[in-house]
Every structure is written in C-alpha cells, then in structure tokens.
Design a protein around this ligand. Structure first.
Ligand SMILES: *Cc1c(COP(=O)(O)O)cnc(C)c1O
Length: 418
C-alpha cells in the first residue's frame, strides 16, 4: 500500500530510533566493510564534516549576495583545488554536487566553447577510453553529443594511438582518467595531452578519484623512493579541464566535487545566464539552482581540518593497504589487473571464478565492486581499511579456496551497480 503522510507528528527520539533501525541492515561501513560508496578517514573527520554541514544546513549557494560566506568558501575550495593541480594563474572552476555533475559541466562548457571557436560539421563527438566512467555517456546523451569508447592498450590504459585514430573533424573532446574507476590505473595523460595539443582538441582529465589523493600520494612515494606517479594535471599543456571529487578522497560530506578549467574563458562557457522572465537575470554556474550550503561548508572545513599533513598521513595508510593486497595476491596465485598505484586495486583468479568468490564476499558482508574484461574483485580503499585488512584478506582467501575446491560458478552473469 502507498504510504501517506502521517496525520500527527512523531517525537524525534522515536524517529531517531527508527532511522537507526532502518540503517541496521545496510553495509557496515563503520566497521570497514564497504570498499565503494563510502570514504572513511576516521570519526573525527566525519564529525567535522557533520558539524560544518549543520552550521550551514539552511544556507543556499544560489544566493552569493545573501551568503557571501558561501561564495568565499567556494572560492577558497576552488583555489585550493587549482593549487593542488598546478593550474595556471588564469585558471578558474566551480564546486558541483558530485563527479557526474562536474563531468557534465565540463562537457557542456566544451560543447559551447567548441561550437563558438571551431567549425564542427555534424554532431560534436567525444572520444573516451573504454574504462571511462558512465557519466560521459550520460553527458553525451543529455547534451546531444556523439560518443565513442575506444579499446584499451596493455595495462588496461587508454590507447593514445587508437584514440588518435578515432578523432575526426567532429571531435571536440578527448578524455583520460587519473586514475580510472574499474582498475585504478592512470591513463597516459601526457600522451593524450600531446594529441590534444596537436589536434587542437579539448582534453578533460577525470581525476574524480585521484584529484584529492594523487598530490599527497606523490609525497608518500617520494618518501618511499618509489617511481613517481604518471603526470596527470595542468602542468601538461593539453589539459583543458579536470573533475575532482571532494566527497571521495577529499573526505568531505556527500554532494561536493570540483570542476576546473585551464583559463577563465573556458569556465565562462559553463555558466548559464538567463533574464527573460519576471524576476530578471539569473546566472547559475552549475546545473543546480539551489545549492546546499552545508556541502560547501563541510568541504571547506575538512580541507582546513586535515591540511597537507593530514592528507599525506591518510595517503600513507591507503598506500600501505594497497600494497598489502598486492602482496597477498602474489602469495596466493591471484593476479592484479594492470599496475594500480593509488587507491583502487582489482584482482582476478586465473584458476577459478573470481566473481563466484566475489558473491561469497558479499554474502559475508564485505561490499565492493566487481569488474569484467577481465573478471575481478575491485576495491576502492579508505584510510580506515588499515584496521580490517587482515580480516578482509582472510575472507578473500576463504572464498577463493572454496571456489577453487568446489569449482563453483557465479550465480549471476551480470555485475550490477544499482
Ligand atoms: C565516482 C566517479 C565519477 C562520478 O562521480 P559521482 O560523484 O559518483 O557522480 C566519475 N569518474 C570517476 C573516475 C569516478 O570514480
């Protein structure tokens, strides 16, 4: 039966209990059981985000004149992001509600900028690697763009030659991920930057995962005298725009991302300005009208709470866990897909059905993603995973051994996200 609004109100204490009960069957992320969706860097960081969100819960980022506080906080967050990504002095950006919106905004800006500054005969086209996030197809669908997914090269990375071959007169955007979601490997952004520069095409770097982690992981690798991360940011001259999620490795409250542009004129193409209605001019930089003040304040507060040192400490914890998983795979005949050097690692089993083991992990309460081509279990690591990694790997070994011994096959041929 359809639920109706209750006639009388209910006390908060009772509602609070109902909410706790409602969440009781959700994945136990506080106990480290989720390696996707939640980015747990500790109770203290969560509390800062929570309290900052609460202080600005009613404020609206749509009204910078009414809330100069939010305007200032957003500008400071964007400035911090630009500094982290080695952006030129004339660079600009916005906060958005998430990675998907940041990507859609960059695609919109690219479309409008390209149609204004170039001759594009036919439907404008976007060329992305096979491993790019589905948000690019969503964006193409919504913005009336053509999109092609190009097969990957060795190491599950974007293939610059194949992408060059896919470029034609209609191509307005190239995409590389730093790193990609499925395997956590960096696309060769430097080669894509060269291609973009040579052909005069906009290059978007999807750093939704890496944006707020790579600058700090770079320091950790320096400390450990490991090879540097591949280049990914605005120091490469062909990079026009980037997406970086605050609600992933920025450890901010959900509903916070950043989209950055090499210069102000590119950013200007993102903004929608409209005046022909009774209330006069309304200029909105993002797709939203009302924008939650809490998400802006929480992101601002967490960045300042952690500072460079806080982020480097958390990167170190993630690095430790990733390496632990890679060692475990080596010891137990599992294969790591590609060369993931950040916070995502996907692994398969050459001798058994890894997706059947993945189903067993899920039944045992460990929630992560799974990949295909090749099959694998994929985890997106948080700093707090260092407290449960041994228990997790014990369960992985139990499941893999079970599947190897019984020859069990996956119950479902499909890997779904929702
Ligand atoms: C998470 C993610 C996105 C989309 O971000 P949302 O915040 O979920 O909308 C895009 N690209 C990559 C690489 C991601 O990991």
């Amino acid at each position: 039966m359809r639920k109706a609004l209750p006639e009388h109100g209910t006390d908060w204490s009772e509602l609070e209990s109902s909410l706790h009960a409602a969440g009781s069957r959700d994945v136990k992320w506080r106990e480290g059981r989720a390696a996707v969706y939640v980015f747990n860097s500790g109770e203290d960081v969560m509390q800062v985000a929570h309290d900052a969100y609460g202080l600005f819960i009613a404020e609206n980022g749509l009204g910078p004149a009414a809330f100069p506080s939010l305007k200032r906080m957003e500008q400071e967050v964007v400035d911090i992001a630009l500094s982290l990504q080695n952006a030129p002095a004339d660079a600009a950006g916005s906060m958005s509600s998430g990675g998907t919106e940041s990507i859609l905004l960059a695609m919109k800006a690219c479309r409008d900028w390209s149609l204004q500054h170039r001759t594009v005969l036919g439907m404008p086209k976007v060329v992305v690697p096979y491993s790019a996030h589905p948000a690019f197809n969503k964006g193409a669908h919504l913005l009336g763009l053509d999109i092609v997914r190009v097969p990957l090269m060795d190491g599950y990375r974007a293939d610059p030659q194949a992408m060059a071959d896919a470029v034609d007169d209609r191509t307005i955007m190239l995409v590389g991920s730093a790193p990609c979601f499925p395997y956590g490997v960096f696309d060769p952004i430097e080669a894509l930057s060269t291609l973009a520069t040579e052909r005069g095409i906009w290059l978007h770097v999807d750093a939704c995962v890496g944006g707020y982690l790579s600058p700090f992981m770079a320091k950790v690798r320096e400390e450990r005298q490991l090879p540097a991360l591949p280049a990914w940011d605005f120091s490469l001259p062909g990079v026009s725009s980037m997406s970086l999620d605050l609600h992933k490795y920025g450890y901010a409250a959900k509903g916070a991302s950043t989209v950055l542009y090499r210069d102000k004129s590119l950013h200007a193409s993102q903004i929608f300005d409209f005046a022909d209605w009774p209330c006069g001019r309304m200029s909105t930089p993002t797709f939203a009208g009302t924008r939650p003040g809490g998400a802006i304040a929480a992101a601002w507060a967490v960045l300042h709470y952690l500072g460079q040192h806080g982020y480097v400490d958390r990167a170190r914890r993630i690095d430790h866990v990733r390496e632990h998983i890679a060692d475990f795979c080596g010891q137990h005949g599992l294969v790591v897909h590609g060369d993931p050097v950040l916070s995502i690692i996907a692994f398969g089993d050459p001798s058994a059905d890894i997706l059947a083991a993945g189903e067993g992990l899920y039944q045992a309460g460990w929630f992560s993603s799974r990949v295909r081509k090749p099959d694998g279990i994929q985890v997106m690591l948080s700093p707090e995973h260092d407290k449960v990694i041994d228990a997790y790997l014990d369960e992985v070994l139990r499941q893999v051994t079970r599947v190897r011994e019984t020859g069990a096959r996956r119950a479902s041929a499909e890997v779904r996200y929702s």
